[in-house]
Design a protein around this ligand. Structure first.
Ligand code: GCB
Length: 613
């Protein structure tokens, strides 16, 4: 890297408003690839918690933070207990109730159902760190802002509710009893990503796994092993070392393909490789083949399971391994309707993906933010292609540099984490973002960033549409920078009755494959009436029947992800009888009951499957 004078750098960062942000993400580099393939101590389980709506564990009564660097003690992260009976301490973790981690707090304590604010978590554990090793504290996700302390010392802070982060805690762990304290704050803010207004529940807390990761001092930090764009036989990628890194031999072995290649790292610790392979059994929904891949150095080794496939656009076709596919999809939130909460583990995720398979899907949209790594690995295993998305949703603060930086970081972290998963075929940079110049600039840069991170997948977004008379017009200028003509439209629900949709025609200015990212309507499972009665299963069924007829008129139609697999919770859905905080557009209810529209879509997908055989 070219060296600029320090003061110049600081000046530039200050002018662009990046100073605070740069500090926040300082420690969040080289996210550990394949964390579950590492030596771990799981910190999942019961954590004590303190609800702190006034943040008295963080600020004093003059609203000054208990700043460690100024030696101002008093924060809850001290995890104090009375040292004698007269000492005044106005909190106590030992005597506080417990929450399950992973898990949102809303679904675990009735009084937290609608809570938005700060909760302190504490976990005590025993550990024996060894000398000559590196230790990271790794979080799958915490919604939204997390301040993390180890044995009373700040490890770092992270913003963003759906992507993993880690802190180097090598010098903070000790032999014997240790404690981690997390301040998790899910207050919505206009300049954050997502912003204040969404159509999903703002589940708070430590919603994904927590681990202490032990690594050799010189270790494999990251790697990518994928097919070269457009080449079904060339495996390319890189390995990035941390610690002692330059001029190190790195071996990539795929025994089943008789591959065993050793390359050397450059001065930055990166080794790139390109390996000609013979007779790869390519990954697809019909053949979700995963290969054992071993990456090793003199001091470290890691094992992964990786599928190899190509995904490209050819005119208006989507080519999977050079064969045109139709994306028979469905949208999914990271929420188990049966427990009214975020997925807590593999079982919840498997249930959702098995429902998608029952619908005869080969594709799923993981809306509207990054889902669990486990979900993506399950899709690899079950043979489901994925649309993976960041929560750039609706009215983001387009002109705020820190907001852009945050969104871009979330995109980077998602791509970093999932770049080895064959199932992911689309990186989505956002959903239904209203047109304006600042938005075009923001989203244009996001698209370019996605491509610079990974050129082996498609880049897309749910674009804006509008209507003129009976024309549904898709001419969002962002479309030029994307691979798909993908958009949401709610004919038959938010506008027009289903029976009249046949009058409508699409005017799509993009010569690209058309993938409908959303359509749908709401129904209460078990509520039966005529097809004109809102919230009846028959009304929803009618929406699907007429939507599918209307969509079939689009010559370039190559897929869809109707909204949505299962009913989900949303504070925007207020009708006391039909909704009661549930968005009812699910094809399954919150008890897992299939609605009539489920079968309409399934029949359509059965036909499509035959068409594309
Ligand atoms: C949309 C949004 C989705 C909503 C859905 C609805 O366009 O993308 O997040 O939940 O509509 O139900 O209105």
């Amino acid at each position: 890297m070219k060296k600029y004078p320090y003061y110049l750098l600081v000046l530039v960062m200050f002018i662009t408003g990046f100073v605070a942000v740069a500090q926040e993400i300082e420690e969040n580099k080289n996210l550990i690839q394949n964390v579950k393939g590492r030596k771990l101590l799981s910190l999942n389980g019961r954590w004590n918690y303190i609800i702190d709506p006034y943040e008295m564990g963080f600020y004093d009564y003059r609203y000054e933070p208990f700043d460690q660097s100024k030696n101002r003690t008093g924060g809850f992260y001290d995890n104090k207990n009375q040292s004698d009976k007269s000492e005044l301490i106005e909190y106590n973790f030992d005597l506080s109730p417990q929450l399950n981690v992973p898990g949102d707090w809303n679904s675990q304590d009735e009084k937290l159902d609608l809570y938005e604010g700060t909760i302190w978590y504490r976990k005590v554990f025993r550990y024996t760190p060894e000398t000559g090793k590196k230790y990271y504290l790794y979080f799958g996700a915490v919604n939204y802002e997390a301040h993390v302390y180890v044995n009373g010392k700040k490890a770092g802070m992270h913003k963003g509710g759906f992507t993993p982060f880690q802190f180097d805690v090598t010098d903070k762990l000790k032999d014997g009893e240790n404690f981690v304290v997390v301040k998790a704050d899910n207050k919505r803010k206009a300049e954050e990503v997502p912003t204040v207004n969404t159509d999903w529940w703002n589940y708070g807390g430590i919603t994904r796994d927590v681990y202490i990761v032990e690594l050799p001092e010189s270790h494999i930090a990251d790697y990518k092993v994928q097919l070269e764009k457009g080449n079904l036989n060339l495996i390319t990628g890189f390995v990035q070392l941390d610690g002692d890194r330059s001029n190190q031999p790195v071996t990539i072995a795929i025994p089943e393909l008789k591959i065993n290649t050793t390359v050397s790292t450059d001065a930055s610790g990166k080794a790139i490789f390109s390996i000609q392979a013979k007779k790869i059994s390519h990954w697809s929904p019909d053949n979700p083949k995963l290969y054992d891949v071993n990456v090793s150095t003199a001091s470290d080794k890691v094992k992964d399971k990786i599928g190899f496939r190509t995904i490209e656009i050819k005119g208006t076709d989507i080519m999977l391994n050079n064969k045109s596919v139709f994306l028979r999809g469905i949208s999914i939130h990271d929420e188990n309707p049966l427990i009214k909460g975020r997925f807590r583990g593999q079982g919840d995720m498997r249930m959702m993906l098995e429902w998608a398979k029952e619908l005869n899907c080969n594709y799923v949209r993981l809306a509207h933010y990054t889902h669990n790594e486990e979900m993506v690995r399950l899709a690899d295993e079950l043979g489901l292609m994925l649309w993976a998305e960041v929560p750039v949703y609706w009215t983001i603060a387009w002109e705020n540099p820190a907001t852009f930086h945050n969104a871009r970081q979330q995109l980077t972290d998602m791509v970093d984490r999932d770049k080895n998963r064959a199932s992911v075929i689309v990186w989505s940079i956002g959903n239904e973002t209203p047109l304006s110049e600042p938005r075009h600039k923001f989203m244009g840069e996001m698209a370019a960033h996605a491509r610079s991170l990974d050129d082996t997948r498609l880049v897309a977004a749910a674009l804006e549409v509008h209507r003129e008379g009976t024309d549904i017009i898709v001419n969002d200028p962002l479309g030029d920078k994307l691979d798909l003509a993908s958009f949401n439209q709610y004919g038959g629900w938010y506008w027009e009755m289903p029976q009249n949709l046949h009058q409508y025609n699409f005017k799509i200015k993009l010569n690209k494959p058309v993938v409908i990212t959303e359509f749908g309507g709401g129904a209460v499972a078990g509520f039966h009436a005529d097809a004109e009665t809102r919230f009846s299963e028959e009304f929803q069924e009618e929406v699907y029947i007429h939507q599918l007829k209307m969509l079939e008129k689009i010559e370039a139609l190559r897929g869809m992800t109707p909204w949505i697999l299962a009913d989900f919770r949303s504070p925007r859905r207020q009708h006391p009888v039909f909704q009661d905080f549930w968005n009812r557009k699910g094809l399954l209810s919150e008890t897992g009951q299939k609605k009539k529209a489920f079968y309409v879509l399934k029949n359509y997908y059965d036909k499509k499957e035959q068409e594309y055989k």
